[in-house]
Design a protein around this ligand. Sequence first.
Ligand SMILES: Nc1nc2c(ncn2[C@@H]2O[C@H](COP(=O)(O)OP(=O)(O)OP(=O)(O)O)[C@@H](O)[C@H]2O)c(=O)[nH]1
Ligand SMILES: [Mg+2]
Length: 403
Amino acid sequence: MRQRVNGGNRGGHEVGRERERAILAALRRPAQRRAEVEESLEELAGLTAAAGATVGQRVIQERQAATSSLYFGSGKVDEMAEAVRESGANLFISDDPLSPIQERNLSEALGIKVIDRTALILDIFAQRARSAEGKLQVELAQLTYLLPRLVRQWKHLERLGGGIGTRGPGETQLESDRRVIRQRVQKLKRELEGVQAHRRLQRAGRRRSGVPVVALVGYTNAGKTTLLNRLTGSHLTAADQLFVTLDPAARLVERPARRPFVLTDTVGFIRKLPHELVAAFRATLEELTEADVLVHVVDASHPSQEEHMAAVDSLLRELQVADRPTVLALNKIDRLDEAHAGAALAGHRSAVALSAAMGDGVESLLDATHRRGRARHAGGRAAGSGAGGRGGLPYRARARLKR
Ligand SMILES: Nc1nc2c(ncn2[C@@H]2O[C@H](COP(=O)(O)OP(=O)(O)OP(=O)(O)O)[C@@H](O)[C@H]2O)c(=O)[nH]1
Ligand SMILES: [Mg+2]
């Protein structure tokens, strides 16, 4: 996805080229609700737009299981090839991960480029990465994704007849390509270790200053940056697009009659987040391990709110911060009528309803965050760590001091 129209969003490169036109497809297995698959495809359409392509047809195939050669059934692939010819689509995007083999076979059958959700997300990240750290992390994720796919080109040549031209130099080339990539991966990992060490130093400095840290987490587009801007008077980019924020930001929140704290914003989560990205973004996501309190921001006006929350919870578990005191912030309630807002709250009794855009509920959120911070502190003492009552550090649990 290199083409952009009119400069598009912040990526802004390669102005004036024709946009890619994508056909989106997903499998629906018997255990899945149709609405769930449709919403996931809707999200894929949002990702496609965020990457700068236009969305054409959407196809859902109901099937017991994926096929090993094409992922979709061969009859369905024939139908899709027909749709591709009719619509002039030049890109096929699968909502689920494709193996390198499936990707190549589909590409041959459809006669157009085939990618999966993972490659699409990696592409968005590549377009959006601004900081040196972000770029390193994206490149690492892309190369990790690319390595097994290098096989494809070689096998592809073999299928086209093998023999002359596909032996010797081809193989050597592929091997040396792989070697170059592996070396680059090692180099990127070393550079990222340097970044991580630097971040650890910064965090240690913050810890010494005794200022508590509150981290915003949540699904992409939930309103995290809008909330940070609201609380700090900052003007960080917030927009109705997926993955607007990639680089972490930290700002001091100073409100009358409240203890100051550092508020951090970071990359949003999404369901089926490529594990290459989670692994590569460790340096960024490690910031969360340092937070005293997490504020899980949810778009309460989104029909998939519960799926979004589940995806965030599972990523927090993966990052081993699921036990951190957390405040659930049901955002965008200005979009809900009273009955719906009441119902949203009733389902989550300790949640706070707010509108980051309008400002309603922000004080309640600050109260709840403060209480959770104190509970963490009290919890640390109750656990018998012996750290108790260190004046002036109300949020600081002993467990954290020990790390
Ligand atoms: N109506 C309404 N819209 C909101 C509210 N909060 C945020 N938004 C809108 O939701 C969109 C996403 O907001 P962001 O703050 O960029 O969301 P984010 O969670 O930072 O998203 P990423 O950085 O992409 O992960 C923007 O268009 C905001 O204006 C709210 O309380 N009410
Ligand atoms: Mg953001």
